[in-house]
Write a protein that binds this ligand. Structure first.
Ligand code: SF4
Length: 358
């Protein structure tokens, strides 16, 4: 890890001040143990950290509670049906996480006797666990002195050390700074205290510095640049893609497919479509020849790397169903339980609204 010359004069005092604040103000979250108590169940730490990748705490809490009630440990999750897990993940986004969640649970059961390995180095070899998640699990569940750097911690640290280099070039400097201030003891609490500070007082806009427990150690606050940090490199515009999804209906049922694992939203149920992806538009070829009617309206959905405008075409089921792509009839009345990702939920609502009007 690159060495860092702390720019804040009293960096050694940051951990005690922050931990004292955390002891009084820690967020009460279902995957956490209260400050100063034994660490939480590693399974729950792992599950929450995977869910929290690119996702807010508010969005994760309900999913975490449902998952941990249905599959309370690695053994039950490893034995779960893939379709049930993918459906339970529907709406949380970044679906490769759900596929990796299953792979990881199965690897933990078959290769590690049902228990997570305890070091960040070993954790990072498991599916779906990158350097951040490995560090967070190792620190929170096993007390390893690991530098845990999520987006909140990045912001707090860039400010504490007045790091002016724009993200993402500043990442190594920030990681080294976090390493420099992470204490040997209570490293899990320290990581969570940094996350909490970023989620509360040290917010993106208008940080509340007068109430901050580390205000006296904060270089950005001292020189009046806190709000402008971390600096960001301007984002590239997202490309626009277009595609068509196909609504095939029969007797109060709609035809759903399961998307290939290698496709976007892989492993999830969805409507048949024309092969759109992040790099190209769909080819507008329906899955079989029929009297396809364009459905009025369209769905716009923003993925990380592109923006998709999805049109819909609808038809009744063919008499000969052998031309249908592999899939299943799903009752419209229980479509909410199909576990459709948000894109196809929006498309289904559009089709149902259009058919109610006609
Ligand atoms: Fe963030 Fe202000 Fe605290 Fe510095 S003093 S860490 S900018 S809230």
């Amino acid at each position: 890890m690159a060495s860092v010359q702390p720019r804040t004069q009293y960096s050694g005092d940051i951990a005690p001040a922050l931990l004292a604040h955390y002891d009084r103000h820690a967020r009460d979250l279902p995957w956490r143990s209260p400050p100063g108590t034994p660490p939480p169940d590693p399974y729950r730490v792992w599950l929450s950290e995977v869910m929290l990748q690119q996702t807010t705490v508010a969005a994760v809490i309900g999913y975490f509670e449902r998952f941990s009630a249905s599959w309370p440990d690695f053994a039950t999750l490893a034995a779960a049906d893939d379709a049930d897990v993918m459906a339970a993940w529907a709406g949380l986004g970044y679906y490769s996480r759900a596929r990796n969640l299953l792979k990881c649970a199965r690897a933990v059961v078959t290769e590690h006797g049902g228990k997570l390995p305890e070091t960040s180095a070993e954790l990072a070899r498991l599916p779906g666990i990158g350097p951040y998640t490995a560090a967070a699990i190792a620190a929170i569940a096993f007390g390893e002195r690991a530098a845990v750097v999520d987006a909140n911690v990045e912001r707090v640290t860039a400010r504490l050390f007045a790091i002016q280099t724009p993200l993402s070039a500043a990442k190594p400097e920030i990681r080294a700074a976090v390493d420099a201030i992470t204490p040997a003891g209570r490293s899990g609490d320290f990581a969570q205290a940094m996350m909490d500070l970023g989620a509360s007082l040290c917010s993106v806009r208008a940080p509340r510095c007068p109430a901050c427990p580390v205000q006296m150690h904060c270089a950005a606050q001292a020189i009046g640049v806190a709000e402008g940090l971390p600096r960001k490199t301007p984002k590239k515009a997202r490309p626009d893609r277009a595609g068509t999804a196909y609504w095939i209906e029969r007797d109060g049922h709609v035809w759903l497919i399961r998307r290939p694992d290698s496709a976007m939203l892989g492993g999830m149920r969805g409507l048949p479509d024309d092969g759109w992806n992040a790099r190209r538009d769909g080819d507008s070829h329906p899955p079989f020849a029929a009297d396809w009617k364009a459905v009025a309206g369209e769905v716009v959905h923003v993925f990380t790397h592109f923006r998709l405008t999805l049109r819909l075409a609808a038809t009744a089921a063919p008499v000969d169903e052998s031309g249908l792509p592999p899939g299943e009839w799903w009752p419209l009345k229980t479509l909410d339980s199909a576990g459709l990702p948000t894109l196809f939920s929006k498309a289904a609502r559009l089709a149902i609204r259009a058919s109610a009007k006609s």
